[in-house]
Design a protein around this ligand. Structure first.
Ligand SMILES: *Cc1c(COP(=O)(O)O)cnc(C)c1O
Length: 447
């Protein structure tokens, strides 16, 4: 039997009224495996830290979301939001499940094509589309969602040079009761800009208006806001039909569904407060069915859900680097994954767990990342068990935006693996090394 590690005693103030209204404090249960694969074995093979994706969770979550909408509305199409996680392995899982691609740059557009997405199944959003991007999208008959008048004029300028008629929608922004109101993207509904854009498009005679698009924000916990958006878009569709005799083929309601990650300052855990896919689907499809679209038509309903589909499928495992006491005696712990890999730690209380039972004693602890940067805080002052240098931890729900917004700062970006449905582990993105930097950098001759 190995010698047990000494743990010094701590004095803790007894707080009256325990258990509190959520019950008594639960001991943090370690998480040793993901889809039956030992986290320790992944770290020993792929290094620390390491991102781990569960293909099973990606597919299951997608199917739950798809079912919620398709059982309530006849024509439903999801388009995977590339910027949320554009690893090819991830995108291909969604495409296999039937999702189209939703891209916001030429780079993402190229990735979608390379992942085998037909041009007609690519939705091209965003304020930054070069003429070259637009020409390619028009020739491929992709769905171009126009963000501003300058983009509309660029497209109009290209039509006489191209054989294909551009297939466009406009992005609309509006008051749906959500604060802050995102009005920097698309054309405003209330001040008449959206109607103005529709008039210009349809009076040109050279562009096809096939849909209306909105993306009201992100982490929207009020499902009713989507119903308001549907009502206003339906009004635009009706006005368009009355004036131009043109039917709108689809309503794209964007993304923005909240994931199960809890925001900083939230009183209750998001697992208790975030609406479910059924809640969102109920609000949106009820509004779609109630809206009087021209000729009693039912436009296709497109969804561009990002974070709510992938967050749960991503994990970040790593190693404890050190324990130390802060000036006031409070405990802190340093781990080898910081805000460089989890930008999302700035707004989420990411759940962190030991991989193995390390101590029966827990204490308020601040968990820092490894960066030489004061703001590199993963969790502030949480009740956490004692872990030792070299112990492994795992962080839950890091599938969304981490692997696309990560920063290369101070150290290399790590490996990403995916566990397939048969529980085999695949490397899906290699860790960076100094060769990556050698390839990119040039040194002037005099140096
Ligand atoms: C980012 C984005 C999405 C995905 O948003 P989530 O909040 O992750 O669901 C969808 N559509 C557009 C236009 C976006 O910019």
């Amino acid at each position: 039997m190995s010698k047990r590690i000494y743990e010094h005693p701590v004095l803790r103030k007894v707080v009256e009224g325990i258990p509190n209204k959520f019950g008594s404090l639960k001991r943090l249960q370690p998480i040793a495996t993901i889809d039956t694969v030992e986290i320790d074995s992944i770290i020993s093979k792929y290094g620390s830290p390491v991102f781990i994706l569960s293909e099973k969770t990606i597919r299951q979550t997608y199917r739950t979301a798809y079912r919620a909408f398709s059982t309530r509305y006849p024509k439903v199409q999801f388009a995977w939001s590339y910027k949320t996680n554009y690893l090819d392995a991830v995108c291909r899982v969604y495409h296999q499940e039937g999702a189209w691609a939703e891209v916001v740059s030429g780079f993402e557009y190229e990735k979608a094509i390379d992942n085998g997405t037909p041009g007609t199944h690519i939705i091209f959003n965003g304020p930054d589309k070069s003429d070259e991007d637009l020409i390619r999208a028009i020739n491929n008959k992709s769905l171009i969602h126009i963000d501003h008048f300058d983009e509309l004029y660029s497209i109009l300028g290209l039509t006489d040079k191209l054989k294909e008629r551009p297939q466009v929608a406009i992005r609309v922004n509006m008051d749906t009761g959500i604060i802050p109101q995102w009005d920097r993207f698309g054309f405003n509904y209330e001040n008449g800009e959206a109607w103005n854009a529709i008039n210009r498009i349809l009076s040109s005679g050279t562009i096809d208006l096939i849909g209306l698009h909105i993306h009201i924000g992100t982490y929207i916990t009020v499902s009713k806001a989507y119903a308001t958006a549907v009502e206003k878009l339906a009004a635009l569709a009706n006005k368009t039909f009355d004036r131009f005799n043109v039917s709108i083929g689809y309503i794209d309601i964007g993304g923005g569904f909240a994931s199960q990650n809890t925001l900083h300052g939230a009183y209750m855990p998001a697992t208790d407060t975030s609406p479910s896919f059924d809640d969102y689907a109920h609000a949106i499809t009820t509004a779609m069915i109630a809206a009087d679209f021209p000729n009693n038509e039912t436009p296709m309903l497109i969804l561009e859900t990002g974070r709510a589909l992938i967050d749960d499928a991503g994990w970040l495992a790593g190693t404890v680097l050190a324990n130390k006491r802060l000036a006031d005696g409070k405990r802190s712990m340093v781990i080898d994954a910081g805000v460089n890999l989890m930008f999302t730690a700035f707004w989420y209380n990411h759940e962190i767990y030991p991989v193995h039972e390390s101590s029966f004693q827990s204490e308020p602890t601040t968990i820092y990342g490894p960066l030489c940067m004061n703001i590199d805080v993963i969790r502030k002052n949480i009740d956490f068990p004692m872990m030792n240098k070299g112990d492994h931890f795992v962080i839950k729900r890091v599938g969304a935006y981490t692997m696309t917004q990560w920063m290369q700062f101070i150290t290399y970006r790590p490996n990403i693996v995916m566990i397939d449905e048969k529980n085999n582990v695949h490397l899906v993105r290699k860790a960076e090394d100094k060769e990556v930097f050698r390839r990119q950098e040039l040194v002037p001759e005099h140096l």
